[in-house]
Design a protein around this ligand. Structure first.
Ligand SMILES: Nc1ncnc2c1ncn2[C@@H]1O[C@H](COP(=O)(O)OP(=O)(O)OP(=O)(O)O)[C@@H](O)[C@H]1O
Length: 260
């Protein structure tokens, strides 16, 4: 089934969720981790999903990114409904059109950084020459050229995370999903990661990121707040400028406080 996506002013919808539910059965009780969530994600935007612990952020991210099934409702990637694809179709979509920066998708411990970054290119069946050119470009962009031959265990957490972002970008995906990409890093390394994500977004990369960190959320064009498995509110911020950091933090803080 095809859906007519309504353009919102000049924005193009890249992902659309309609009436999403995720329901878990615990004994005789049903628990809705997502309850009737409907939302749009726009192409080229940096969207941040926030909410308190257990509110349903990861549940939403996993359903939007095709990594988890939906109990009911629908998810569209551009004009294609993706929540009902076969395993083969969803695997192709994941490997060719989506990049993941998820803690559940760790770097492979016995491959060096270069090999880790190149791996999804091989899975997608691209030529060795193409993969090599892009991997070398990304190693440079992420400033981990010198570490290219080291194993993940031989580099810092920040360098591992930069390699994970490079890996997510290797197939030039239409969307990057990131789940708390700065969660395990110190502030300095976290800022480097956020600067890199901001930079690739400026170059047109669509990003959807879950975070509980207000500083990280400042990078967003738009914040979607999740509350008790539902959309609790949306804050439009526009493109990030470093000089706005403090005023944005205040704005996001007030937005969240106002929804509690
Ligand atoms: N397999 C499962 N079975 C039952 N309940 C689950 C399952 N997975 C998640 N939940 C529940 O669904 C709710 C939403 O979980 P989710 O991981 O999406 O929250 P979150 O907002 O990402 O939290 P956090 O910030 O702590 O990571 C939580 O109450 C969680 O306990």
């Amino acid at each position: 089934m095809k859906v007519q996506l309504k353009p919102n002013e000049k924005k193009t919808v890249i992902l659309k969720a309609e009436h999403l539910y995720k329901t878990y059965q615990t004994g005789n009780e049903e628990f809705h981790a997502a309850k009737d969530m409907s939302l749009d994600i726009y192409e080229g935007e940096f969207t941040v999903i926030m909410g308190s612990s257990g509110s349903g952020k990861s549940t939403l991210l996993y359903m939007l990114s095709g990594l988890d099934s939906v109990s009911s409702g629908s998810v569209y990637f551009k004009e294609q409904r993706i929540d009902q694809l076969s395993e083969t179709q969803i695997t192709a979509l994941r490997s060719e059109r989506i990049g993941y920066v998820y803690q559940s998708i760790n770097l492979v411990p016995d491959l060096n950084l270069y090999e880790n970054i190149a791996l999804p290119g091989h899975v997608a069946g691209r030529s060795n020459k193409d993969i090599r050119t892009k991997a070398l470009y990304l190693l440079k962009l992420m400033n981990i050229e010198e570490q290219r031959d080291r194993l993940p265990s031989q580099v810092s957490g920040g360098q591992q995370q930069r390699a994970a972002i490079a890996r997510a970008l290797i197939n030039s995906p239409e969307v990057i999903f990131a789940d708390e990409p700065t969660g395990a890093l110190n502030q300095e390394q976290g800022t480097i990661i956020l600067d890199l994500l901001t930079e690739v977004n400026r170059d047109g990369q669509t990003i959807v990121m879950v975070t509980h960190d207000i500083k990280a959320a400042c990078r967003a064009d738009r914040i979607i707040l999740i509350k008790d498995g539902q959309i609790g509110g949306i804050l439009e911020l526009g493109k990030y400028k470093p000089e706005q950091l403090q005023s944005r933090e205040q704005q996001i803080f007030s937005f969240i406080a106002g929804k509690e």
